[in-house]
Design a protein around this ligand. Structure first.
Ligand SMILES: [Zn+2]
Length: 141
């Protein structure tokens, strides 16, 4: 008999992931992109109650890569809700960078095209950002 050992995804034995598995409610799970999005997705996607997986509070520039990783890891719908694109400057205690809603919408079209089914907004997004996303979603269907 031969044994094949594959790398066990991180987070499988994480107490929070195990708690998620015990809750009998449909939900999506969004992982912090600073950790391995794929490993987190695999850990929570195995639960039948998990209806979607994704990432939140993420710079928009990272999303195409992360959506690709999530698409490769699961067949469940992918949900993303990134930041506006601005970054927190802790030294000067202010937000910097581009948080333009139209640009956010243009990027959302690419996120849909890459396989994201649910798109929203996290830090520094405003109703104008979500309106742009909604317009792109309507164009997709
Ligand atoms: Zn956030």
């Amino acid at each position: 008999m031969q044994t094949v050992v594959t790398r066990k995804p991180r987070y499988t034995n994480n107490p929070l992931v195990q708690k998620i598995g015990q809750a009998n409610l449909p939900r999506w799970a969004a992982c912090n992109p600073r950790r391995a999005a794929r490993d987190c997705a695999v850990a929570v996607a195995r639960f039948p109650q998990t209806v979607a997986i994704g990432v939140n509070c993420t710079p928009p520039a990272l999303l195409l890569k992360l959506i690709g990783e999530l698409r490769a890891a699961t067949d469940k719908p992918v949900v993303v809700y990134p930041n506006s694109g601005e970054e927190w400057d802790a030294a000067n205690r202010c937000w910097t960078g581009d948080g333009n809603a139209a640009s956010f919408g243009e990027q959302a079209a690419k996120w849909f095209g890459a396989g994201a089914q649910i798109v929203g907004g996290c830090c520094r997004t405003r109703p104008a950002h979500i309106q742009q996303v909604a317009e792109q979603a309507c164009k997709q269907h």
